[in-house]
Design a protein around this ligand. Structure first.
Ligand SMILES: NC(=O)c1ccc[n+]([C@@H]2O[C@H](COP(=O)([O-])OP(=O)(O)OC[C@H]3O[C@@H](n4cnc5c(N)ncnc54)[C@H](OP(=O)(O)O)[C@@H]3O)[C@@H](O)[C@H]2O)c1
Length: 253
């Protein structure tokens, strides 16, 4: 039996892509999962047919919603073992465009990618401490590698990677492990949704990325979810403060 059996997990952004695949993998191992996101229909699609997945409409950038997500897990299942900060915001944002109109965009990216994980981690802390649980943050190759026109997204992920290391030190005395997975380009709704690219441009970006990845393909959500689950699993109990690149070698180029 998996060590994740009967464990309780919160995954932000569980209505699509990497978050959805991660939720399905946790439940396949016997865990119970609260998924959050802003679209009720997307959450319902992930949860369909899975009584151990519950969707909660919540915005990762909203301070009140962090507490609601934790309460949902505790009220329903009485404990919280794993927090996966997966919801992400981004934008193609050249510095030349970072004038007044971009101020709100920059604030939104930082709110979802940095503030949200911080508030949720804080709300989850006493419950994670009670069971010596763990946090897995989802970064990006661009959290440690520069990227043209993506500077604010990249900087927000760099912040999340450093939060991972700082929290790992800070929370180690309570037995809480904190790690991150940094995906490379991965099949999901990210290009057309999070990055708001038109379909044709998204297709061109997909092909450019595929050509740059040493192992010759873009990732699948399962490639990333497998490592999120692995890091959360109690059998990884000697690993903390690490950022695992799951990117087909892109970060080496
Ligand atoms: N796919 C890639 O190539 C790639 C590469 C590197 C890193 N990543 C990271 O991987 C994570 C997952 O992305 P993905 O690829 O799976 O993309 P995705 O399919 O677009 O999933 C992102 C999820 O986040 C949710 N979300 C966005 N803003 C939110 C908010 N304010 N509050 C709550 N939920 C929110 C979205 O749901 P709603 O719209 O319903 O809120 C969506 O389900 C992100 O952190 C992303 O930065 C992805």
């Amino acid at each position: 039996m998996s060590m994740l059996n009967e464990k309780v997990v919160i995954i932000t952004g569980g209505g699509s892509g990497i978050g959805r695949e991660t939720a399905l993998r946790f439940t396949a191992l016997g865990a119970k999962v609260v998924i959050t996101g802003r679209r009720a229909a997307a959450l319902a699609a992930t949860a369909a047919g899975h009584s151990d997945i519950v969707g909660l409409v919540a915005d990762a950038a909203d301070p009140d919603d962090a507490g609601r997500a934790v309460s949902e897990a505790i009220d329903r299942w009485g404990r919280l073992d794993v927090l996966v900060n997966n919801a992400g915001a981004g934008a193609i944002l050249p510095l030349a465009a970072a004038a007044a109109a971009a101020a709100a965009e920059i604030a939104r990216i930082l709110a979802v990618n940095v503030l949200g994980p911080s508030l949720l981690a804080a709300a989850a802390l006493p419950h994670l401490a009670a069971v010596r649980g763990s946090i897995v943050n989802i970064s990006s190759t661009f959290g440690h590698r520069p990227a043209v026109n993506l500077s604010h997204y990249a900087a927000s992920k760099a912040a999340l990677e450093h939060l991972t290391r700082c929290w790992a030190l800070e929370l180690a005395p309570q037995g809480i492990r904190v790690n991150a997975v940094a995906p490379g380009p991965t099949e999901s709704e990210a290009l057309t949704g999070m990055m708001n690219l038109p379909t044709t441009q998204a297709a061109a970006v997909r092909e450019q990325e595929r050509q740059r990845i040493p192992l010759g393909r873009r990732g699948e959500a399962g490639d990333i979810a497998a490592w999120i689950v692995r890091l959360a699993d109690p059998s990884s109990d000697w690993i903390t403060g690490q950022v695992i690149a799951v990117d087909g070698g892109l970060g080496l180029t």
